[in-house]
Design a protein around this ligand. Structure first.
Ligand SMILES: *[C@@H]1O[C@H](CO)[C@@H](O)[C@H](O)[C@H]1NC(C)=O
Length: 225
């Protein structure tokens, strides 16, 4: 019995030593390291070749010169926050920690693309006054990005709806409890904005139980000259 035990221990020690020896050979030998690196490098190069060219905000299409690339996503139910990207800069997102339930609004200089301000306003249990205060100082030549999260409308009043309509919105008038909405407007815009999507909260057709589907909108906005 004792003899078997000794043999077992010897075997284990032998195995450990051999493993250690080979591990040492593989990890410290320059030749091995180099060839390993080559394997990784060629793998990476291959990936690079197959990867799609980078487009601003991860969009499918490239924007012409003098256009801003944008992508915005509304909130998913009351769970995942919205995001707004402009020319590869994330203006608002959960990661940036500057979003919240209700209306998420980013103001951008339409000539330079520079972010002027962001704000999020709880339209379920919040107040409409801060929204008005936020929109009041907007000057002509400002782009207004709005993404909904959870409920964008309960506290909306006619005056604020009229403001959104004046920025080019088609849907602000009928925006209601838990609708999904994404919109890019402009102060001083002469026409309706082509950048707007809206889904009604409708029990029969909702993707989530109490909320409609997420909206994702991307495109190119002409720079104001
Ligand atoms: C945008 O930036 C330009 C250049 O700095 C400035 O002249 C213009 O007043 C700005 N417009 C707005 C709306 O901030």
């Amino acid at each position: 019995m004792r003899c078997i035990a000794v043999v077992r221990i010897l075997l284990i020690v032998c195995t450990l030593l051999t493993t250690w020896y080979f591990a040492e050979q593989i990890f410290t030998s320059k030749w091995e390291t180099k060839s390993l690196r080559n394997i990784f490098d060629s793998g990476l190069n291959k990936q690079k070749v197959e990867k799609k060219p980078h487009r601003k905000c991860g969009n499918e299409k490239e924007c012409p010169q003098d256009y801003f690339a944008f992508r915005m996503i509304s909130g998913a139910a009351n769970v995942v926050g919205p995001s707004i990207c402009l020319d590869d800069n994330m203006l608002m997102s959960s990661v940036k920690n500057n979003i919240g339930r209700g209306l998420n609004i980013a103001l951008v200089n339409a000539s330079t693309g520079i972010l002027l301000d962001t704000g999020h306003f709880d339209m379920y249990s919040g107040d409409i006054k801060p929204v008005k205060k936020f929109l009041e100082p907007i000057k002509e030549g400002t782009l207004i990005f709005i993404a909904s999260f959870d409920d964008p409308a309960t506290k909306l009043d006619d005056k604020t709806r009229e403001l959104f309509i004046s920025y080019g919105s088609n849907y602000a008038k009928k925006l209601a409890f838990r609708d999904s909405w994404v919109f890019v407007g402009g102060k001083g815009l002469k026409n309706r904005s082509p950048f707007e999507q809206h889904i009604k909260n409708d029990k029969e057709n909702n993707k989530y139980d109490g909320w409609p589907e997420v909206l994702e909108m991307s495109g190119c906005i002409p720079r104001k000259m």
